[in-house]
Design a protein around this ligand. Sequence first.
Ligand code: ADE
Length: 253
Amino acid sequence: MTFDIVTIFPRMVEAGLAEGVIGRARASGLLDVTVHDLRDFTSDRHRTVDDVPFGGGPGMVLKPEPLFRAVDAIREARGSVGAVLLMSPAGRRFTQADARRLAGVGHVVILCGRYEGVDERVRDCLATEDVSIGDYVLSGGELPALVVVDAIGRQVPGVVGDEQSVDEDSFTRGLLDHPHYTRPAEFRGHRVPETLLSGHHGEIRRWRRREALRLTLERRPDLMAELPLDEDDQMWVRGLERSRPRDEKKGSE
Ligand code: ADE
């Protein structure tokens, strides 16, 4: 899996890619991530990447030429480009399904927006999709780029040591993850649920499924509509819904 990230803060992005799961996957060659300094694709003495907006108004806008040149150079070096993502709070919300889909594409170019905005021709003619990581505004696309590389990178076989843990991540099955506990079995008077200590694998699986359903219903009822539920799930969910206080139910409708 190959990533090319274009930014005016290459050191910030490199720092975020050096450690942990992604750092190890880079070191072992499973992930090939190259960070490009947008200023290397300027053609003036001042290495200018931005300019004032046509029509007036506050702030600066990233110029189109350096970004187009950067993608041209990446295409030349790699032979082709896969998906080209423009990080923007105005983009479509990034989900676990996008992470899986983009891992299948194999090559992802990420353009980090900055300042007040990016020349719209980048969105129209260069990016294949524009991506937001959530409904809040950050100072630029660098942190979102790290989020997206991490989420996609985890989907590449071998990157996370334990494949099963990726399959069981929150959202992978359309549900939030169930709660986890480790030793000690009792901590400051709080005991780990007895089922988890029972050694009965069938019961443990059922407890986890039910707790995942409970958490999803409580915290993300919007996810419930899409969820395939078997008979046992349906019975459990109906029971939960009956026992929820009235005002909580209203929030999810
Ligand atoms: N740039 C600034 N805010 C952003 C967000 N929420 N998602 C993606 N890119 C951004």
